[in-house]
Design a protein around this ligand. Structure first.
Ligand SMILES: O=P(O)(O)OC[C@H]1O[C@H](OP(=O)(O)OP(=O)(O)O)[C@H](O)[C@@H]1O
Ligand SMILES: Nc1ncnc2[nH]cnc12
Length: 172
């Protein structure tokens, strides 16, 4: 196990039966509150990136994606839950481990052919990431990958992202 893996695994808290009975919620707040661990995660996610834009998915995705954008010299684009973006937006609906939702991105968020990395904290069923990939593509940009802090492999989210380069700092 690498030092980074140990650092991450030691700072993710399992919260049983949140937000619904039967779900084990992976709480990243202990990791975020540890400055060395937070920095190590951002540095790892930003390593060797050559992209124009980083997309962050509301809300926890923002926490990781914005510093990755800053660190890698890319722009930041928010994908938000429906109704939060002020200008004309494209929308996609999806199911996730404990519910369903609609996300949006501004129609003019990207230049044609922008190289885009989508960053989030957790890949679970892959519903959220799949919807984000669809939105970015419909907005005219190229998705070069999806990077997450943590992949919950038993939910097989990777299978929904055929043809997309999916990277996870830890796989649980
Ligand atoms: O792979 P999936 O099954 O789609 O699940 C992963 C998504 O679930 C969580 O977001 P959530 O919708 O709970 O929103 P939050 O970031 O606002 O807490 C997480 O931050 C991912 O975006
Ligand atoms: N079990 C889980 N813990 C944290 N975030 C999630 N998003 C989807 N499933 C999750």
């Amino acid at each position: 196990m690498t030092d980074l893996t140990t650092t991450i695994l030691g700072r993710i808290r399992d919260v049983p039966d949140y937000p619904r009975p039967g779900v084990v919620f992976k709480d990243i707040t202990p990791l975020l509150g540890d400055p060395a661990a937070f920095r190590a995660v951002i540095d790892a996610l930003a390593e060797d990136l050559d992209v124009d834009k980083i997309v962050g998915i509301e809300a926890r995705g923002f926490i990781l994606a914005a510093p990755v954008a800053y660190r890698s010299g890319a722009g930041f684009v928010p994908v938000r839950k429906k109704g939060k973006l002020p200008a004309e937006a494209l929308e996609a609906s999806y199911d996730l481990e404990y519910g369903s939702a609609v996300i949006e991105v501004h129609r003019d968020a990207f230049a044609p052919g922008d190289r885009v990395l989508i960053v989030d904290d957790v890949l679970a069923t892959g519903g959220t990431a799949q919807a984000a990939v669809e939105l970015v593509s419909r907005a005219g940009a190229d998705v070069v990958g999806v990077s997450v802090l943590m992949e919950l492999a038993f939910l097989k989210g990777r299978n929904r992202l055929n043809g997309v380069d999916v990277r996870a700092l830890v796989v649980i």
